[in-house]
Ligand binder design. Structure first.
Ligand code: SAH
Ligand code: SF4
Length: 359
C-alpha cells in the first residue's frame, strides 16, 4: 500500500500542469485557497483570463508578484499562437491559430461600421465530408475545447481592439458533433463575466444533426440557429452532404417545426448555390416547398471556390431568381455578400494553403 501511495505521489508530481483555462470556478477557488489567498482573488484571476484575455501571468498586475510566480508553478496559461493571417480589402481579417499541441484552426473578423462579427471554428477539421467544403475533404483532427473556441473570439477582439458584437460558429468543424464544449463556449461568450455578447447574437451553424437540434431547442438561452440545407431534394443533399444522409429531409423538416414551436425563434437555412447542381428549377421548387409556411429565413451563399473542386458558383441572376420565387411563397431570402472572398474566406481554405506552403 505504502509503495503504491509513493507511486501516485510521484506520478502526480510528473503530471503535466493543467491550463488555467480548463479550471472550473470551483477548482480555481480551491487552488487559490490552497495558496493561502483570500476569496476575492478568484474573481480577479477570472477577469484576467476571460475578460482581459491575459497572455501571461505577468500581465496580472493587481496580483502580488509572489502570487503570479506561485500560479505559474501550479498551472500554465496556454494561449493560441497566430501562425498566419490574411487581410481582405473589405476590412475582414482571417487568422490561422495554433494551440500548444500543434493543432491549428482558423477564425475571421468581419468589421462593419461600429460592429465586429467573428466567425470561429469548433473543431480542427470535420468528419462530415461535405463535397463542396475544404474542411470536409481533410477529415477530423480533433474537437476543440470550450476555451479554444472562446479564445479565437478574444484573439480577433484584441487584434481589432474593439468589442465583438456577434459570433457565428461557421468556421471549421461541426458544432453539434462537439455539443458540450460548444455550449460551454457559447455560455462564456454570453456571460457578463466573459465576453458579454447577447445570446441572440451568438449563432451556431449545423449541417443538420437532428438529435442535437432538439437538444439545442431546449437550452434556456436565446442562441440563434442556422442549418446548412444546400438542397431540399434528398438525392442531391445525400450527394452533397454524405455525413447527414441518415438525418432525412422529412425528419429535418419536422425537427425544425418542433424547434420553432418550442423556441419561437426564426432559424436560418444556409444554401450555397452551385451551378447545375442545386440551382435548377426542380431544386428551387423543392426549396420553396420545404420553406413555405415556416418561419425560416434563407441565406443564399455564393459558393466559394475550393481548389480542385468540380463545383462552380451560380450566377448572380440565378440567385436573384431564387429570392423572387421564395418571396412569392412568403419566404424571406437574402443573398449573403461574400465577405473576404479575396482572402479565401471559405471554410478551411487558409489552413489548406498554409499547410501546402509548409507553415
Ligand atoms: N459545420 C457547420 C458549420 C461550419 S461550415 C455547417 O456545415 O453548417 C459553415 C458554412 O459554410 C456552412 O453553411 C457550410 O455549408 C458553408 N460552406 C462550406 N464550404 C463552402 C463553400 N465552398 N462555399 C460556400 N459555403 C461553404
Ligand atoms: Fe463539416 Fe460544415 Fe464543412 Fe460540412 S460544411 S464538411 S459539416 S464544416
Amino acid at each position: 500500500m505504502r509503495a503504491d501511495d509513493g507511486q501516485n505521489e510521484a506520478s502526480e508530481k510528473n503530471a503535466p500542469l493543467r491550463d488555467l483555462h480548463s479550471l472550473t470556478r470551483g477548482e480555481l477557488a480551491e487552488l487559490l485557497s490552497s495558496l493561502g489567498q483570500p476569496a476575492f482573488r478568484t474573481k480577479q484571476v477570472e477577469e484576467w483570463v476571460w475578460v482581459k484575455n491575459a497572455q501571461s501571468f505577468d500581465e496580472m498586475t493587481n496580483l502580488p508578484k509572489s502570487l503570479r510566480e506561485e500560479l505559474a508553478r501550479h498551472v500554465t496559461l496556454g494561449g493560441a499562437e497566430e501562425i498566419a493571417r490574411q487581410a481582405s480589402i473589405d476590412g475582414s481579417r482571417k487568422y490561422l491559430l495554433r494551440f500548444p499541441d500543434g493543432v491549428s484552426v482558423e477564425c475571421v473578423g468581419m468589421p462593419s461600421g461600429n460592429r465586429l462579427s467573428v466567425c470561429a471554428s469548433t473543431q480542427a477539421g470535420c468528419a462530415m465530408g461535405c463535397a463542396f467544403c475544404a474542411t470536409g475533404s481533410a477529415g477530423l483532427t480533433r474537437s476543440l475545447t470550450a476555451s479554444e473556441i472562446y479564445e479565437q473570439v478574444m484573439h480577433v477582439r484584441d487584434d481589432f481592439n474593439t468589442r465583438v458584437t456577434s459570433v457565428v460558429l461557421m468556421g471549421q468543424g461541426e458544432p453539434f458533433m462537439n455539443y458540450d464544449e460548444t455550449l460551454r463556449a457559447l455560455r462564456r461568450l454570453n456571460s457578463p463575466d466573459g465576453a458579454g455578447i447577447g445570446a441572440r447574437h451568438l449563432t451556431v451553424s449545423t449541417c443538420g444533426v437532428i438529435p442535437q437540434i432538439m437538444r439545442f431547442a431546449n437550452e434556456p438561452e436565446q442562441f440563434t440557429l442556422a442549418v446548412s440545407l444546400h438542397s431540399a431534394v434528398q438525392q442531391t443533399r445525400n450527394a452533397l452532404m454524405p455525413g447527414v444522409r441518415k438525418y432525412s429531409l422529412i425528419n429535418l423538416y419536422s425537427a425544425m417545426g418542433e424547434y420553432v414551436a418550442k423556441t419561437g425563434r426564426r432559424p436560418t437555412y444556409e444554401y450555397a448555390l452551385i451551378a447545375g447542381v442545386n440551382d435548377t428549377d426542380n431544386e428551387l421548387q423543392a426549396l420553396c416547398d420545404f420553406c413555405e409556411g415556416t418561419l425560416a429565413h434563407v441565406n443564399l451563399i455564393q459558393l466559394n471556390d475550393v481548389e480542385g473542386s468540380k463545383f462552380r458558383p451560380s450566377t448572380q441572376l440565378r440567385a436573384e431568381d431564387f429570392v423572387r420565387r421564395l418571396a412569392r411563397v412568403g419566404v424571406e431570402a437574402t443573398i449573403r455578400n461574400s465577405r473576404g472572398s479575396d482572402i479565401d474566406a471559405a471554410c478551411g481554405q487558409l489552413k489548406q494553403r498554409s499547410l501546402r506552403s509548409g507553415r
